[in-house]
Design a protein around this ligand. Structure first.
Ligand code: NI
Length: 177
């Protein structure tokens, strides 16, 4: 298991539609383990494979609200939204690929998701609250979509501009070190 570097926006790998996995093998289970390590280390509540540069339809999340709560790790392979509610929720979202940026995003309040678990079993899960927001955010990643794509073009351009600057600063800090 290993912590992998997180791909930062803007990056072409975050704009791609990821490939279905199909059969879950040891390679996919190793990927899931690395994704959990990377997510908990960040720390974050969700991570999609393209965020570590792997263009496969795999996501992990853990929306346990506080450190005192039991962890609730969920890995989803080839997830699909089967149903979404008409009523919506607004949550302030952030993203490990867009650090330091947070914005309100409106999404369906409840969704039903089908997915394959790490044992290769096909399952369904009804999601609401933070879990519903998180799973939709991560599935968006698998379709090359970021939470800032839900915002207006002005906001999106401002955030992308700030991210380009941050990436330049990180690159020159690394060169100095
Ligand atoms: Ni994200």
């Amino acid at each position: 298991m290993a912590i992998r570097p997180i791909v930062l926006h803007p990056d072409p790998r975050l704009k791609k539609r990821c490939d279905p996995v199909g059969t879950v093998d040891d390679g996919i289970r190793a990927l899931v383990a690395d994704m959990f390590d990377t997510m908990y280390d960040a720390p974050g509540i969700g991570l999609a494979a393209p965020q570590i540069g792997v263009l496969a339809r795999v996501l992990v999340m853990d929306c346990a609200k506080t450190d005192e709560e039991e962890p609730e790790p969920i890995a989803m392979i080839d997830p699909e939204i089967l149903w979404e509610s008409e009523d919506t929720n607004v949550h302030e979202e952030g993203c490990l690929s867009i650090p330091e940026e947070f914005n309100d995003v409106e999404r369906p309040a409840q969704v039903r998701v089908a997915y394959t678990d790490a044992e290769g079993e096909r399952r369904e899960m009804d999601c609401d609250g933070l879990v519903a927001t998180c799973v939709q955010h991560e599935i968006d990643h698998l379709n090359g979509k970021l939470f800032i794509d839900h915002l207006g073009p002005m906001k999106r351009q401002m955030i992308t501009g700030r991210m380009k600057k941050r990436k330049r600063e990180r690159a020159s800090d690394k060169a100095k070190a």
